[in-house]
Design a protein around this ligand. Structure first.
Ligand code: SAM
Length: 286
């Protein structure tokens, strides 16, 4: 059965029983939209990641409304009550600390729950660090991959790093300033120092900085610096011709391993694992 919601926008006042996912600024408070302000002012209540953060916006625009906390620590506990309030006819806004709720923050959980209960939901679009960094980078931006924060577990992390190394599309990552150098070194290992990259720091804020060029020079720039602020990384995809060069390197490695005494099967298995390929793909290079 199809799932169809017809949502009219005749008025800018919030309607009963609707969840509003409200995008807020990623630094510069003037980036908030008039529509977002109207919703924050007029909903029955605003669920926010950190009430202190949301109060900064509310105070700047002279809005007072009921705030409840909704974050990664309490989201599972709070969702049933939010669903119940919506079913009883309240209108609720969800905001995160920065940007679009649902992009690497708990907005995702509530959006899924609300949809599965058949409750109407409207997104009031706002800033998003990933898109702001992508467009600022000047790298190909019509088709891209957003990975958010890389997983912490080594095996999962390396799987994605390998995918990034072979992807022809631009990739966007989020990272904390404390772990930026570690991530840049991993990107160096997987993508090589010549890969084009941009580190966007403090987007839309007073000390916004774009550090670009290739991975080698970006590491050089941040080496021995105290890195603070919020960071988004944009990595250019690999060129098709470079992918072909990779294959010719693997073919040469395969020949070397066979000359060194490994069987074709063992050498293919080893190189397949090392390069994230199927064994047959390496085997067939010879
Ligand atoms: N929902 C947000 C969005 O729409 O962009 C992202 C939330 S995620 C928990 C926070 C991460 O976004 C930060 O660690 C950083 O990687 C990135 N970020 C947020 N604000 C940023 C800014 N002003 N400049 C650069 N990156 C930013």
């Amino acid at each position: 059965m199809s799932n169809i919601s017809l949502l009219s926008h005749r008025e800018e006042e919030p309607e009963k029983g609707i969840l509003y996912i409200v995008g807020t600024p990623i630094g510069n408070l003037n980036d908030i939209s008039q529509r977002a302000l109207n919703i924050l002012k007029n909903v029955s209540l605003v669920a926010c990641e950190d009430t202190r953060q949301t109060k900064k916006i509310m105070n700047k625009f002279n809005i007072s409304n009921k705030l409840i906390s909704f974050n990664k620590h309490n989201s599972l506990k709070k969702i049933p009550k939010i669903l119940q309030d919506l079913k009883e006819g309240k209108s609720i806004a969800i905001v995160s600390d920065a940007g679009m709720p649902g992009i690497c923050d708990p907005g995702e959980d509530i959006a899924r729950s609300v949809k599965s209960e058949g409750i109407d939901m409207i997104c009031i679009p706002g800033a998003c660090a990933a898109i702001t960094a992508l467009v600022s980078s000047g790298l190909p931006s019509s088709s891209f991959v957003f990975e958010g924060f890389l997983p912490k577990k080594k095996i999962d992390r390396e799987k994605i790093l390998l995918e990034i190394s072979k992807n022809e599309k631009t990739t966007i990552l989020y990272e904390s300033p404390k772990r930026l150098i570690k991530l840049l070194k991993e990107l160096l290992e997987f993508c090589g120092g010549d890969r084009e990259i941009m580190v966007a720091r403090e987007l839309t804020k007073k000390f916004e900085e774009h550090v670009g060029n290739n991975i080698n020079s970006v590491i050089e720039f941040f080496r021995d610096k105290e890195i603070i602020g919020e960071i988004t990384i944009v990595i250019k995809g690999i060129r098709k011709t470079d992918l072909k060069t990779n294959k010719s390197i693997i073919k040469k490695d395969l020949k070397d391993l066979i000359i060194a005494g490994l069987s074709l099967s063992a050498a293919s298995k080893y190189l397949a694992r090392k390069n994230g390929l199927k064994k047959s793909e390496v085997y067939n290079l010879i």
